[in-house]
Design a protein around this ligand. Structure first.
Ligand SMILES: Cc1cc2nc3c(=O)[nH]c(=O)nc-3n(C[C@H](O)[C@H](O)[C@H](O)COP(=O)(O)OP(=O)(O)OC[C@H]3O[C@@H](n4cnc5c(N)ncnc54)[C@H](O)[C@@H]3O)c2cc1C
Length: 405
């Protein structure tokens, strides 16, 4: 049975089959937040990671910023999703007993060197309470730029967060296990892997930038963009930053005193640390924050990974359709989508995904995990249908099919 509101070509199933065992493909922050969310709901979780340890891909950074996106269109789903995601991530962090080990959400400063951008941000901030965001004529930094202060913004430590999320007695982690194929037997999913066969009632794809390995059609909907952060010791600073900074680039400090500065955006670049990306990160910082560093020494350490972006910068979160029959069903009605009445037959049984978190996975992954838990267990959600359909994975197939280019 499916719900038919909003856009009927983006069906949301109502689960009627009991589910006990869920397999998750990928142990980055998207997979790990799902694992904990579902384990806490009493389900048994098998989570598969192809590498030796979890959080080696995009979630392998030591620290990253946990901040909302600034968007002047409050009713726009992009603005709504990322604002709610940030608030949800902050709430999650506040609930963790060992939160200091997982992040530092005790303030973040954001500024721009462009006067027009600053003016827009000031107007944007005036819509929210001071406890969420404040406009300041002089941020507490030596060069006192005007900008935004987020009292609950700050840094997350994704590697530590992933490790923490996977620590639950209902979660079984299989590392060095590449899932290569899925097949539904009519009753359950069978997963073929480099370590043999597994089975589960439901499967969630959380394979980030490596989605193409096993699901080439879904992977082809993601644009991969290399990012590199550079690591600086505390001694590299004239005065080490006491809170997270965002200025086009960002600064996030780890509990060990290492500051991560980043991040480069490189199209079609191979992975691996490069001096040019380190130089880019330093140049961004020097431009926005003059005399921050005590020397111009080039960093030698850092982390690089691919971000997996979607065309509309919203993640693909929700139930998965069988692409070919789905395309066949909608193709003839592309120009009158409102005449499409039922596409729920093309939903694959108990197959879900949370991919395409782009540059904002440290916030977006948590809201995605909650939404999938609610959809999978047929629980109420406070997210509007519009928002659920805005992140529905099939929207990207619909667009590719009906509006190519
Ligand atoms: C340099 C850089 C800086 C960033 N800074 C920030 C920031 O400051 N704030 C922020 O919010 N976001 C930031 N991001 C984005 C954020 O890190 C990502 O959105 C997030 O980590 C994506 O998580 P994920 O779990 O989807 O992907 P990943 O972390 O890449 O995890 C996917 C995992 O799936 C595994 N996998 C894939 N296929 C298979 C398979 N078939 N079988 C088994 N395992 C498989 C992979 O090995 C990988 O470990 C940054 C990203 C980069 C690259």
């Amino acid at each position: 049975m499916a719900r038919f509101f909003g856009k009927p070509w983006l069906p949301l199933p109502q689960t009627s089959v009991p589910i006990q065992q869920v397999a998750i493909i990928g142990a980055g922050i998207a997979g790990a937040s799902l694992a904990q969310e579902l384990a806490l709901a009493g389900l048994d979780i098998l989570i598969f990671e192809q590498t030796l340890v979890p959080a080696t891909g995009a979630s392998g950074n030591l620290a990253g910023n946990c901040l909302p996106i600034i968007d002047q269109r409050p009713d726009n789903p992009y603005a709504q999703w990322h604002w709610l995601a940030w608030q949800h991530a902050v709430h999650w962090w506040q609930q963790q007993p060992n939160r200091e080990q997982l992040g530092q959400l005790t303030g973040a400063a954001k500024w721009s060197t462009h006067a027009k951008t600053q003016a827009g941000w000031q107007a944007w901030a005036s819509r929210y309470e001071d406890s969420l965001v404040q406009w300041m004529d002089a941020l507490p930094l030596p060069h006192q730029p005007a900008g935004l202060w987020f009292p609950q913004g700050g840094s997350f430590y994704p590697r530590r967060i992933v490790q923490h999320l996977l620590t639950h007695s209902n979660i079984q982690l299989y590392t060095q296990t590449l899932i290569s194929q899925l097949a539904h037997t009519g009753q359950y999913w069978q997963l073929s892997s480099s370590q043999g066969l597994f089975q589960a009632d439901a499967v969630i794809i959380a394979s980030g930038a490596q989605t193409s390995l096993t699901f080439p059609e879904w992977g082809s909907l993601l644009q991969l963009n290399k990012g590199q952060v550079s690591h600086l010791p505390a001694t590299a600073w004239n005065s080490p930053p006491e809170f997270a900074l965002s200025y086009g680039g960002y600064v996030a400090t780890t509990p060990d005193g290492i500051t991560c500065i980043g991040a480069s955006f490189e199209q079609q670049a191979p992975l691996g640390l490069t001096d040019s990306a380190h130089l880019h990160n330093l140049a961004l910082l020097n431009q926005a924050y003059p005399n921050a560093l005590s020397s111009d020494t080039l960093p030698t350490q850092g982390h690089s990974a691919y971000r997996a972006n979607t065309y509309d910068h919203l993640p693909l979160v929700g139930p998965v359709v069988d692409i070919e029959p789905y395309q066949a069903a909608i193709r003839a009605r592309c120009h009158q989508p409102d005449t499409i009445t039922d596409t729920s037959a093309h939903l694959l049984p108990q197959l879900w995904m949370s991919i395409g978190h782009g540059s904002h996975g440290l916030t977006s992954a948590f809201l995605a995990a909650q939404l999938i838990r609610q959809q999978l267990l047929n629980q109420p959600t406070e997210l509007s249908l519009t928002l659920q359909q805005a992140v529905h994975p099939a929207r990207a197939i619909f667009r590719q099919c009906c509006y190519p280019k």
